[in-house]
Write a protein that binds this ligand. Structure first.
Ligand code: FAD
Ligand code: NAI
Length: 475
């Protein structure tokens, strides 16, 4: 039987892959997407959406929302005059809600594939060779042929030597999103994005949470003012125990749970906990891809090497998302997917890595785009800063949530916005204005001249832009 032939075959159905497939099909290219059975649904059917929808962005945000509501009902309603007593969290219901959201969204992508006529090929995709002008890709023993291949195989959790992840007692993101009860004591290795988000979830639900971080600085990639504010809120107000500059010596499991021996300065300490989350970063996933069969080049850190348009070293082979260098974020993966599909169709695509926003969905949320003050200092760039606290914002006061600030940094010479950093309620939504502004090379004066609705949190962005020129009106 002849092999199936496609203009485009995408390997991996996460945000990078499924978006690339949909866009390629929209552009009239015959397209297939291969997705392995990593995330099967309860009936054993393959699930699209990759890490993001199955064991990443979406389930973590569902748990953050449930736990935040629990926290508010338990502690914040009272300031509005609403009394509550006996507020309880049923972890099983919270998890069921999360699973339903995941099921709904992953099913939705299958429906989008049908609508856009993308062929889903369930199974493991592997380069098998080249036949004339076409790439041969093996899918569970069957061969498909493709003019173009887009590799979107994503990433997997980095594990540490000697720390066996069983996703029961010692968990990476997969197990950490599926606890069946609130651990009394939770240990976390790594105070990065996952450690802070999932540490927050279980802290709000009553766990004693200790986070062990190797680096001496907290949130080193954020602007220092934001990191300082976040440290104060997380450790002093919320009671997360975050220990910096630790060296993990040994992790053991036993009847009492997990014991973590670590060095802090000259001291050796032991953390005894019921569950441990290991969140020390992610690594590109190219296992079993057959890169070596066709000479697909990986860089020394295991990422697939690409140019600015996500072309690999092989003709008509492209790679997008977590498997290529750059921020490991779903929206960056999706943008790359669109760009590649458009390039294949002969259009011009672009992804501006300088305006990719970062968001940490803790409470307060943390979001930024562009450069931090310390980066600009290191680069010797002269800049002006406008910073406005939410305490000076009427909407924040009305909402009873005035933690944090908006900080805008603009070039001292041209006034072009170089970075915007927000810590506070809804920072994830507020940052969009800054991304648009930076994408269009706007100045702080441009934002200052835009009418912002009153009363809104976005007025803090407006005031920060005025503050760059030392003419804030309400602070
Ligand atoms: P993936 O989503 O990893 O998808 C790759 C897919 O390829 C997988 O489905 C895999 O099964 C499949 N695959 C791999 N190899 C093969 C093969 N050989 N054949 C067939 N299929 C294969 N990012 C955000 O922007 N916002 C967030 O809030 C956020 N929260 C996160 C929370 C957690 C706990 C984690 C772990 C990550 C989070 N991320 C978040 C990161 C985000 O999930 C990733 O950046 C994103 O999923 C990357 O998309 P991708 O398509 O490149 O890869
Ligand atoms: P991370 O890179 O954000 O943080 C890992 C932390 O672990 C770092 O602070 C690092 O210094 C520390 N670490 C590394 N080795 C260590 C060791 N041996 N002992 C103690 N600490 C150690 O990685 P994380 O949290 O695992 O998340 C992975 C990626 O997933 C993120 O970088 C991000 O790209 C993505 N993600 C994005 C989210 C979002 O956008 N809101 C949410 C969660 C994940």
């Amino acid at each position: 039987m002849a092999n199936k032939q496609f203009d485009v075959v995408v390997i991996g159905g996460g945000p990078g892959g499924y978006v690339a497939a949909i866009r390629a099909a929209q552009l009239g290219l015959s397209t297939a997407c291969i997705e392995s059975e990593s995330y099967a649904d309860p009936k054993g059917e393959v699930r699209l959406g990759g890490t993001c929808l199955n064991v990443g962005c979406i389930p973590s945000k569902a748990l953050l929302q449930s736990s935040e509501l629990f926290q508010q009902a338990s502690h914040s309603f009272v300031m509005h005059g609403i009394s509550t007593s006996g507020v309880k969290m049923d972890v099983a219901t919270m998890m069921k809600r999360k699973d339903n959201i995941v099921g709904q969204l992953t099913g939705g992508i299958k429906a989008l594939f049908k609508k856009n006529k993308v062929t889903l090929l369930p199974g493991h995709g592997k380069f098998a060779g080249r036949d004339d002008e076409r790439w041969l890709v093996d899918v569970n023993g069957a061969t498909v042929e493709a003019t173009h291949v887009i590799v979107a195989t994503g990433s997997k959790a980095r594990h540490l030597p000697g720390i066996p992840v069983d996703n029961k007692l010692i968990c990476d993101n997969v197990g950490a999103l599926a606890f069946d009860s609130t651990p009394k004591r939770l240990g976390v290795i790594g105070a990065g994005v996952i450690g802070l988000e999932l540490g927050s979830v279980w802290k709000r639900l009553g766990s004693e949470v200790t986070i062990l971080e190797a680096l001496p600085d907290f949130l080193g990639s954020a602007d220092q003012a934001v990191a300082k504010e976040a440290w104060k809120v997380f450790t002093q107000k919320q009671g997360l125990d975050i220990q910096l500059g630790v060296k993990i010596i040994k992790v053991e499991t036993g009847k009492k749970g997990v014991s973590v021996e670590y060095e802090l300065g000259d001291e050796v300490r032991t953390l005894q906990c019921d569950r441990l989350i290991v969140s020390v970063g992610r690594v590109p996933h190219t296992d079993g891809l057959g890169a070596e069969n066709v000479g697909l080049a990986l860089n020394p850190r295991g990422y697939i090497g690409v140019d600015a348009n996500c072309r690999t070293n092989l003709p008509n082979v492209w790679a997008v998302g977590d498997v290529v260098p750059g921020p490991m974020l779903a929206h960056k993966s999706m943008e790359e997917g669109v760009m590649v599909a458009e390039c294949i169709a002969g259009q011009k695509g672009h992804v501006n890595l300088d305006t990719v926003p970062w968001v940490i969905y803790t409470h307060p949320e943390i979001a930024w785009v562009g450069k931090s003050e310390q980066q600009l200092k290191n680069e010797g760039v002269e800049y002006r800063v406008g910073q406005i606290p939410f305490a000076a914002n009427g909407r924040a006061l009305g909402q009873g949530d005035t933690t944090g600030f908006v900080k805008m940094i603009a070039c001292a010479r041209t006034d072009r916005i170089l970075g915007v950093h927000v810590i506070g309620n809804n920072a994830s939504e507020l940052i969009a204005e800054a991304v648009v502004a930076m994408e269009f090379n706007a100045s702080s004066e441009d934002i200052a001249r835009i009418c912002h609705a009153h009363p809104t949190l976005s007025e803090a962005m407006h005031e920060a832009s005025l503050a760059v020129d030392k003419r804030a009106l309400h602070f």
